[in-house]
Design a protein around this ligand. Structure first.
Ligand code: ADP
Ligand code: ZN
Ligand code: ZN
Length: 740
């Protein structure tokens, strides 16, 4: 009887979302096991596939594995994680496996231990000239060169050929021309994203609160016990020092650790603190690195050369074999949710992984997610508190400015007189200021400039959005609509307006009011180019500018000791998004921004402008009162059936024909009706039309949705396939973080 293997083919397709049995020819038996990458005949082609640890049932017409490409790409434990991800987030097995095997690994491991890299070998200008010439005479070489010019740091040979759709002969010709060079190695040490910092030997002495936290966490690490800790500490309370000690304890135990940081906060400043402590043990994984560097970092981790992994959410899938501790800094961040399939929530995955590894899990935050704090209160997580800033530095004083009063006093500028004066003071004293406005590029909300009333939905308590095409106010969550108010229903005023102003206008206003001030702007428009983000931050940190204007990019992870003023241009923007988490997001964001002030010797203060000074998110941020906010928000969550009181699954449909999207969702909801789930909708998505597609959504809520998820997974293929005929694409979002 031939030996059999259960293989998952590398193709996202409803028909291939299961395992296929192949026979193993005798010459491969020594190499075929869990984690082996193979080539297999599939229908009339060959596909790449992966050998899983699952039993392979005998089937008629068995075909043999054609080729072995690479070995040991994943472990049985990784496969267990793949199975769990696919069941929890309703994604294909291959989509889940691809998290563990990123493209640079899937495509190039088989080139052997030494990957062949191709890099451009001429200046960009020459390259473009040559490109013009080649386009006419040698199109394949031109495509290769074009791809190379996009990747100045080099690109694996196999990937290059695939991307350019060119053969090895064309590449050889390009190399003979001297336009490209071949290298057989990983990146040089000086190209590694982190590791060359001089090591610092002397450690700060822990304060009593830090010492308590460290001893609880290191006990779990030493005993190899899975336990989840919530490290609740205000900004600047020394959480990072606790992380460093936990990592040191894991290393001492012969294990490693993973530190997740929201992508936006993965600054050179952050990396420096870890590499000062752990040197070349630190590996960095995030999407900003070139494929070449990322692959080399991955390989270092796999081989155990680097045991401290720092990265964005995907670093959770790093091939670290013995994990003693997993850390999620700023655990409440929406960046921990992947907004494309598999739509996983890193916090949930981290819990699964830490349990597998019997590791300690640290969720760190100044403003934990309401669900997280609730679980800590319930005893599911152990609560560790760092109540004060290190060195007795005070939290910055927050001055809330009522913009209604400013308007009344005749000030129509986007700066209140308090903010303008504070800014003038800072400039006079030669200190620095950060001005924050979270103007994401989308529709505004409607409010009464007389009394501050914001039009909300009577069923959801969410802000209504003005739709211009039909001149109606719409609730993006439940579908409720009404005609716009001509006068305010509370105070009768006619001063009802759309509200809107972005960072560019703030920048211009600063320049107008303070012509001598040097202003920099940090938002996605100014940081599109690689390296621009670091340049702007570097310039600000070297005092080359007085004022930094920005979106939430300025809110997270930055530490500038000369910043003594934070101006929040409008706290109302984020507050009035049609999203059930808007209040919590706003409170968290305000606390985070405020945390950027007063981190050095200069005390800091915050001027917060708003039309709704009494709103809980603002009133609590003014007093840095996390617990007060938590209690209020928890009550709201209970009232409207949101986590932690219910699990949520959101199903969205997108189609060129709006009615088709609605109908497919209504049908799906009908099939899933049961006593255990609440069904809300179908209703139009907050952004109804995106890229010529109309989007609708239906929300399922329930105490425990495990059984529901299984039923949904069973119904989906049928609904998907008839939906497809109507042009409808469905997407399932388990544990949604954004409702927009
Ligand atoms: P958080 O991560 O909570 O925002 P940090 O860990 O960044 O706080 O700490 C704030 C500052 O205090 C940092 O500059 C850090 O080096 C310093 N620090 C942390 N713990 C101590 C300590 N025990 N003694 C002296 N300085 C410390
Ligand atoms: Zn009013
Ligand atoms: Zn509603």
């Amino acid at each position: 009887m031939p030996e059999l293997a259960a293989v998952l083919v590398d193709q996202v397709n409803p028909g291939t979302n299961r395992l296929f049995t192949y026979s193993v020819p005798p010459e491969f038996t020594a190499r075929v096991r869990c984690g082996t990458q193979v080539k297999v005949p599939f229908q009339r082609r060959y596909l790449t596939g992966y050998v899983t640890p699952e039993p392979a049932p005998e089937v008629p017409g068995l075909k043999p594995i054609a080729e072995v490409l690479a070995e040991d790409l994943f472990t049985p434990q990784d496969w267990e994680l793949v199975r769990w991800l696919s069941a929890r987030y309703l994604c294909h097995l291959v989509e889940a496996l691809r998290l563990i095997l990123p493209p640079e690994v899937r495509n190039f491991r088989y080139a052997g231990r030494h990957v062949e890299w191709v890099a451009p070998n001429l200046a960009a200008e020459e390259g473009r000239a040559l490109l013009k010439e080649l386009e006419r005479r040698a199109p394949a070489q031109a495509r290769l060169l074009a791809a190379l010019l996009e990747a100045p740091g080099g690109i694996p040979r196999a990937q290059l050929l695939k991307e350019a759709g060119a053969g090895p002969e064309s590449l050889k010709a390009l190399i003979r021309r001297g336009a490209a060079a071949l290298r057989v190695e990983g990146p040089a040490l000086e190209e590694r994203p982190c590791c060359n910092e001089p090591r610092r030997r002397e450690l700060p002495e822990l304060n009593p609160a830090q010492a308590r936290a460290v001893s609880a966490i290191t006990a779990a690490i030493r005993d190899e016990r899975f336990e989840t800790f919530l490290l609740h500490g205000v900004t600047g309370s020394g959480k990072t020092e606790v992380y460093l000690r936990a990592l040191a304890a894991a290393l001492e135990k012969g294990k490693g650790g993973i530190v997740l940081v929201p992508e936006i906060a993965l600054t050179p400043q952050t990396l420096k603190r870890f590499s000062e402590r752990f040197g070349s043990e630190v590996a960095v994984l995030h999407s900003g690195l070139s494929a070449r560097v990322r692959y080399a970092e991955w390989e270092r981790i796999r081989q155990g050369q680097s045991r401290v992994v720092i990265g964005a959410r995907s670093a959770l899938f790093a091939p670290l074999r013995h994990t003693g501790v997993i850390i999620l800094d700023e655990e409440q961040e929406p960046a921990y949710k992947q907004e494309e399939s598999p739509r996983y929530l890193a916090r949930e995955v981290a819990i699964f992984r830490a349990r597998q590894d019997r590791a300690a899990l640290i969720l760190g935050s100044a403003t934990p997610a309401v669900e997280t704090y609730f679980k800590a209160e319930q005893g599911q997580y152990r609560l560790l508190t760092l109540p004060a800033r290190v060195g007795g530095r005070p939290l910055p004083e927050v001055k809330v400015v009522d913009m209604r009063a400013e308007l009344m006093a005749g000030n129509r500028s986007i700066f209140s007189s308090s903010l303008a004066e504070a800014l003038a003071d800072v400039l006079r004293r030669g200190e620095q200021a950060i001005l924050f406005l979270n103007r994401r590029g989308y529709s505004t909300f409607v409010l009464c400039r007389q009394c501050g009333l914001v039009a909300t939905c009577p069923h959801c308590d969410l802000a209504l959005t003005l739709h211009n095409h039909n001149r109606r106010l719409v609730c993006h969550h439940c579908g409720f609509t009404r005609e716009p108010y001509r006068t305010c229903p509370r105070c009768g005023s006619r001063l009802i307006r759309d509200f809107g102003c972005g960072t560019e206008r703030v920048e211009a206003e600063v320049a107008r009011l303070f012509p001598a001030a040097r202003v920099l702007r940090l938002d996605s428009d100014t940081t599109g180019r690689r390296g621009a983000y670091e340049e702007i931050l570097g310039a600000f940190s070297n005092q080359k500018a007085d004022v930094l204007v920005g979106t939430q990019m300025v809110a997270k992870g930055l530490d500038f000791s000369r910043v003594s003023l934070i101006g929040i241009i409008s706290a109302d923007l984020a507050l009035n998004l049609p999203d059930p988490y808007a209040w919590e997001r706003t409170f968290q964001l305000l606390e985070q921004v405020a945390g950027r002030a007063g981190r050095g010797e200069v005390p800091g203060r915050v001027v917060l402008q708003t039309y709704t000074p009494d709103h809980p998110s603002i009133a609590c941020a003014e007093r840095h009162a996390y617990l007060d906010f938590y209690r209020l928000e928890l009550a709201r969550r209970s009232r409207y059936h949101y986590p932690p009181f219910a699990e949520v699954v959101l199903v969205r449909a997108a189609a060129p024909a709006e009615e088709a999207a609605r109908r497919v969702l209504a049908d799906l909801a009908g099939r899933l009706k049961s006593l255990e789930v609440r069904i809300e909708g179908p209703a139009p998505c907050p952004f109804l039309k995106v890229g010529d597609y109309f989007r609708w959504q239906v929300t399922f809520k329930g105490k425990d949705l495990e059984g529901f998820r299984r039923r949904l997974a069973e119904e989906l293929p049928a609904v998907n396939s008839y939906g497809k005929r109507l042009g409808v694409r469905l997407s399932v979002d388990v544990d949604p973080v954004s409702y927009l």
